[in-house]
Design a binder for this molecule. Structure first.
Ligand code: FES
Ligand code: FES
Length: 160
């Protein structure tokens, strides 16, 4: 089993580490980098809780090996806060009761961040489709949808 050196960027910080060939990106983020905000549920690409943004695309980090991320830029939920304050989407999840146990939350936040960067004015149907890639056992999704829609409205006000 080989150990490979990888060099990648996580939340703007360069990380250089030796990783085994079989190490999943999700395990590397949590155990190698100590960024435990990325959650691991199913470990086979179904629940969406491990979602991070890799080179500008939302990716399930349990479906990638850490060596595949060599040279890439990764954003995790820890990167959403600004100067220790929750980011706008995070604040709205809190205000709109978009989370209960919070297990699914980091993955949904990362998918929604990626989605809104590419679709700034999504319809409700489009947001529901995006959320269909995430399992939440607690909220019934209403609060999550409201939180994202509130963020969309706030973003529009900022632009206008
Ligand atoms: S832990 Fe990766 S999709 Fe469930
Ligand atoms: S808030 Fe508990 S699984 Fe979504």
């Amino acid at each position: 089993m080989g150990v490979h050196q990888v060099k990648l960027t996580i939340n703007g910080k360069t990380v250089v580490e030796g990783v085994e060939s079989r190490t999943l990106l999700s395990d590397f983020i949590r155990d190698g980098c100590g960024l435990t905000g990325t959650h691991v549920g199913c470990e086979h690409g179904v629940c969406g809780s491990c979602t991070v943004i890799v080179d500008g695309a939302a990716v399930r980090s349990c479906l990638m090996f850490a060596v595949q991320a060599d040279g890439l830029e990764i954003e995790t939920v820890e990167g959403l806060s600004q100067n220790g304050e929750l980011g706008p989407l995070q604040k709205n999840f809190k205000e709109c009761h978009g989370l209960q146990c919070g297990f699914c939350t980091p993955g949904i936040l990362m998918s929604a961040t990626d989605y809104l960067s590419k679709h700034p004015e999504p319809t409700t149907r489009e947001l529901k489709e995006m959320l269909s890639g995430h399992l939440c056992r607690c909220t019934g999704y209403d609060g999550i949808l409201k939180a994202i829609q509130k963020t969309v409205e706030e973003n529009k006000e900022t632009i206008s």
